[in-house]
Design a protein around this ligand. Structure first.
Ligand code: CAA
Length: 382
């Protein structure tokens, strides 16, 4: 029996934890190569993990946002690069297609996002529009053959693995009085004429997770590539990112948890002044504080996922979870490296990788500053 099918959300997360633990030996080489091995992606597909949030009618596991958060915590605890690749594919990309795709688009793309043959990409960010997503400049012009897209997308996770990218482009000119008008989402096959993927970016962490640029040079896609309504792209991107932010919060929880687990084990083994360093109160207080904040971050994350599962407003809660959990992960990984002392600064110990990987969580899918804006706007009218 496939342990990934059936059972509770916790059973699913435990099955993922057991499977991902088997990858430990392979992580250093993959991080060095800058690629998640294709067979690992294929295995995720075979086990059904990539289809967790895809409805059963579309061939997925029909899991909840809570289940996905628990799974992402486990994947991130094992291998943060893998967690972000899955979060983007199965969260914001597959989620956007489930929400806005036509029956044909669902049939065409969802199997390819689930079967492990590739990982989808979400192409919103551009060189001059990061936090100010509504300022995007990519254009889409309709002609007799379909739509012609032009523009450059930057920092695109999974671009080199992707069968498709959801590309956000502007139909019509930038209208300063209503900046989001005309922004439209397109399901763009990466083998469409005029689409090219740049070389992988060299990053501080998450080195096995692909981050590349995507260029659209008079790229031609069919008339059926529009995802949802023309002009409905910005609202779709924001809806997707509401869910994505819960997933990054879950990733932050996984990263912090494993870094602290490593630090606790080390502190019990490492002896200084004739005693395990775990006996020293300064260190014990550091661990107690970090673990308390970790538990709080997990609860915020699961609260946001629970609300989203029930179709209740969750924008603010998702931003709160992402803000708190990602900043918690900075402090937790910093504390963990400190407990390892000099060893924590060395590549021989995995804890330094968690510190580097965790750094991205306050940045992607909306920086901490953007989360504060979203939270404050929801509490105090803009
Ligand atoms: N859900 C649905 N609709 C929403 C929404 C939400 N959560 N938030 C805003 N909207 C709608 C508004 O109702 C408004 O609609 P109308 O025009 O019809 O009134 C419209 O969108 C514009 O909203 P705002 O006026 O709030 O827009 P803004 O320009 O002030 O920007 C922002 C809002 C929150 C700052 C947004 O730009 C933002 O989230 N920026 C950060 C971008 C980001 O997170 N990028 C991540 C890139 S993806 C990534 O990192 C993935 C990866 O590969 C790892």
């Amino acid at each position: 029996m496939n342990p990934f099918v059936g059972g509770t959300e916790r059973d699913l997360a435990q099955a993922v934890a057991a499977w991902s633990a088997s990858l430990t030996e392979r992580i250093p080489a993959a991080e060095k190569d800058g690629m998640i091995p294709r067979d690992v992606v294929a295995e995720l597909g075979r086990l059904g993990v990539l289809g967790i949030c895809i409805p059963e009618d579309d061939g997925g596991l029909g899991g909840s946002a809570v289940a996905f958060a628990l799974v992402l915590e486990e994947l991130a605890a094992a291998w943060p690069s893998l967690a972000v690749a899955v979060a983007v594919n199965s969260g914001i990309v597959a989620g956007s297609i489930v929400r806005s795709g036509s029956p044909e688009q669902r049939k065409r793309w969802l199997p390819r996002l689930m079967d492990g043959s590739g990982l989808g990409a979400f192409a919103l960010t551009e060189p001059t529009s990061g936090s100010d997503a509504a300022a995007l400049r990519a254009t889409a012009v309709q002609d007799a053959k379909g739509w012609r897209l032009d523009g450059r997308k930057q920092f695109i996770t999974n671009a080199r693995y992707a069968p498709l990218a959801i590309v956000f482009a502007r139909v019509g000119k930038l209208d300063e009085s209503h900046r989001t008008a005309g922004i439209t989402a397109f399901a763009v096959p990466l083998d469409a004429p005029g689409v090219s993927v740049g070389p992988p970016e060299q990053k501080l962490g998450l080195k096995a997770s692909d981050t590349s640029a995507l260029s659209l040079d008079d790229a031609l896609v069919g008339p059926d590539a529009v995802l949802g309504e023309v002009g409905g792209g910005f609202a779709l991107a924001m809806w997707a990112l509401d869910g994505g932010r819960i997933n990054i919060a879950a990733q932050s929880v996984g990263i912090a948890r494993r870094a602290l687990e490593l630090a606790r084990t080390y502190a019990k083994e490492r002896k200084q002044f004739g005693r395990p360093i775990a006996d020293f109160e300064g260190l014990r207080f550091s661990i107690a504080k970090a673990e308390s904040n970790l538990a709080a971050a997990r609860l915020l994350t699961l609260r946001a996922a629970w609300l989203r599962d029930r179709g209740k407003p969750s924008t603010r809660e998702a931003s709160m979870a992402k803000l708190f959990a990602s900043e918690m992960a900075q402090r937790a990984t910093h504390a963990a490296v400190q407990i390892f002392g000099g060893n924590g600064y060395m590549r021989d110990y995995a804890v330094e990788r968690y510190a580097r990987d965790g750094r991205a969580t306050t940045i992607y899918e909306g920086t901490s500053e953007i989360q504060r804006i979203v939270i404050a706007r929801s509490l105090i009218a803009a």
